[in-house]
Ligand binder design. Structure first.
Ligand SMILES: Nc1nc2c(c(=O)[nH]1)N[C@H]1C(S)=C(S)[C@@H](COP(=O)(O)O)O[C@H]1N2
Ligand SMILES: [Mo]
Length: 258
């Protein structure tokens, strides 16, 4: 878990998070604590990238100005995450995974067959061409990593709710679980799966999703922290059973978002 050890120079994340929570009015404090109280959650709330002690201080100053009304969208699954103009896209966009970039899995386009299971009417597998033929849209949104960095990206793909509709998913199920090519996994609540900005993504910044960003398909959701956005998705299951995920099983907060 090399990524967990990295913390911004001059910043003790535990102390910073404690200080930030102390400054928050309720219900923001309660929601922040429920949401995992991580560096990423603090980035979520303040919009400050916490990369050193100066930016940590800036985040604390922002927290001290908190107003619950302004924070409401973050914790409301019916509200949209902010969107940005194309000119705000971070280039190059950071790569992140639990392994270095050159070890990103290589998924073969020709063999790809997305498995869909659990509480769905139609369990057929999907080829890439079938997926590409679905109606697509583009979003420019902020990706926030639990380690305390964020970046704006441009993702194109199919609304996940539309895909769930087409496979006849039982949307009364509690969770959607994802299995990735290299063994990574994560799961999300149904409200997030149906959120209008949750997307089955095939392109980044206009290009077919490069290998490092999750070829051939990732699931993008701007209302959740980065680790809840699975890359190289091979299998999707609609389920009532809590199946956790790679980082969730190691103690990361499952909810991790709004
Ligand atoms: N399959 C897979 N998906 C993953 C990860 C991973 O290690 N494997 N890391 C997660 C984390 S912690 C982050 S921040 C984002 C990074 O996505 P990016 O490389 O497009 O920036 O992917 C998420 N999805
Ligand atoms: Mo992350």
């Amino acid at each position: 878990m090399p990524r967990l050890r990295k913390s911004p120079p001059g910043v003790d994340p535990k102390l910073l998070i404690k200080d930030a929570a102390k400054l928050m009015p309720d219900p923001t404090r309660r929601l922040f604590l429920r949401g995992g109280a991580s560096l990423g959650a603090l980035v979520f709330l303040t919009g400050c990238d916490i990369v050193d002690s100066l930016s940590a201080e800036r985040a604390l100053i922002k927290v001290s100005y908190f107003n619950d009304r302004v924070q409401a969208w973050l914790f409301n699954p019916n509200k949209l995450a902010p969107t940005y103009p194309d000119s705000a896209v971070t280039r190059p966009f950071p790569f992140n995974a639990y392994y270095p970039e050159d070890e990103a899995p290589e998924v073969d386009k020709a063999d790809y067959a997305l498995e869909v299971g659990g509480m769905v009417d139609n369990k057929k597998t999907w080829t890439l061409d079938e997926l590409y033929a679905l109606p697509q849209e583009t979003q420019v949104t902020r990706h926030i990593c639990i380690e305390g960095w964020s970046a704006i990206g441009k993702w194109t793909g199919v609304r996940f709710s539309e895909f769930l509709r087409r496979v006849g998913a039982d949307t009364r199920a509690k969770y959607v679980w994802f299995r990735c090519a290299e063994g990574y996994s994560t799961s999300i609540d149904m409200a997030t799966a149906l959120h209008p900005q949750t997307q089955m993504t095939f392109r980044f910044d206009g290009e077919i999703l490069p290998r490092k960003y999750g070829f051939p398909m990732k699931v993008r959701m701007p209302t959740k922290l980065g680790f809840k956005n699975p890359k190289h998705v091979m299998e999707i299951a609609v389920t009532d059973k809590y199946l956790g995920g790679y980082w969730e099983d190691q103690g990361y907060n499952w909810f991790s978002g709004s």
